[in-house]
Design a binder for this molecule. Structure first.
Ligand SMILES: [Fe+2]
Length: 343
């Protein structure tokens, strides 16, 4: 069984937001650096938008904390944990200038027919695959569940190695994935919201999370254990990598969790204030009524003990300030503060 491990490739970013400008000759390497950050997500994620939000989007967050995160480390840090006896969690981390450390999670559910939920970050693919195959034998993996088509980091390598595994996603997710990839139809199982996937000893029910950055997003409820896999509905950057690796979000100071959740909502959900209030609250109430035994988000530390508090914060999500990145000058100033360093 793999445990915590840290690889050698690290990119250090010393950030002095708004305090310096890029020399012409430096801009190419800086943009390469940002490209590396943005490419870490498999497809159409909003990381660039998050990065651009350092100057204005982080303002409320920083004010809550009292200071910007002045130094951040972007490393291929893969943390393995067991949020439940039959679940392994693979957590990668993205350090976002000015915001903090964002967990990027995938899960192995040890059902009679083992299931992988989401497939990590593209740039961490070798580490992710090493850890994944230490957790489950490729010949045993039966299902690869994609919550939405930007959590696709290692998806095709996994399907190539686990020859008996089927890709499970919603029809709209399959459609979006097919726009950029050739998806072998004989390897696909379509599961739409409200439908259930029988994995031998339990059924997993697909649902549409009340918050999402993609119209195809679905989550899963494990009907045997009550675990809720909520995709991007649940996320919060943290002020340290150690907090990302906490066993439970209850270990995170409450003001930091609330600020992180609100920032994540503003950054990841397109225009939350435009959502229909009644429809949103009714979707959230449905999820509360499920009464999950544990909430396992795409970008949140596991929540066993503070589930109600996490939901309470989400209830105010429509009021999160809308997220608008800086202008061209602000963007370049942000980039100029990033110093790629290989150690
Ligand atoms: Fe995500």
């Amino acid at each position: 069984m793999a445990s915590e491990r840290m690889s050698g490739m690290t990119l250090r970013m010393d950030i002095e937001v708004g305090s310096s400008t890029a020399e012409e000759g430096e801009l190419g390497s800086i943009l390469s650096c940002v490209g590396a950050v943005t490419r870490r997500c498999g497809g159409g994620c909003r990381w660039l938008g998050i990065l651009c939000g350092v100057l204005d989007g982080a303002g409320g967050y920083a004010a809550t904390r009292g200071a910007y995160v002045s130094k951040a480390t972007l490393g291929d840090i893969m943390h393995i944990s067991r949020p439940a006896p039959d679940i392994a969690e693979l957590t990668d981390v993205i350090a976002i200038p000015g915001l903090g450390f964002l967990p990027v999670n995938a899960y192995v559910v040890y059902a009679r027919e083992p299931v992988l939920i989401d497939t990590g970050l593209r740039a961490s693919s070798p580490d992710f695959l090493d850890e994944l195959w230490s957790l489950v034998e490729p010949d045993d993996l039966r299902w690869v569940y994609l919550t939405h088509p930007d959590h696709t980091g290692s998806i095709f390598e996994i399907l190539a190695t686990a020859r008996d595994a089927l890709l499970v996603t919603s029809l709209s997710g399959l459609g979006l994935l097919s726009l950029e990839h050739r998806v072998p139809r004989e390897r696909v199982f379509v599961l739409n919201p409200g439908e259930r996937l029988d994995v031998g000893d339990r059924r997993l029910m697909a649902f549409r999370p009340p918050l999402r950055d993609n119209p195809a997003t679905t989550g899963l409820i494990d009907e045997l254990t009550g675990a809720c896999f909520g995709s991007d509905c649940f996320g919060a950057p943290m002020t340290s990598g150690d907090l990302v690796q906490s066993e439970d979000v209850a270990a995170v100071p409450d003001d930091e969790r609330v600020a992180g959740e609100r920032l994540w909502t503003a950054a990841d959900t397109p225009r939350p204030a435009d959502m229909d209030r009644d429809a949103y609250l009714s979707g959230l109430a449905w999820l509360r009524d499920v009464d999950p035994s544990v909430v396992l988000g795409g970008h949140l530390t596991p929540a066993h003990f503070r589930v109600e508090a996490v939901f309470d914060t989400l209830a105010d999500a429509r009021d999160a300030p809308s997220h608008m990145g800086p202008d061209e000058l602000g963007f370049r100033r942000t980039l100029a503060g990033m110093e790629p360093t290989r150690i």
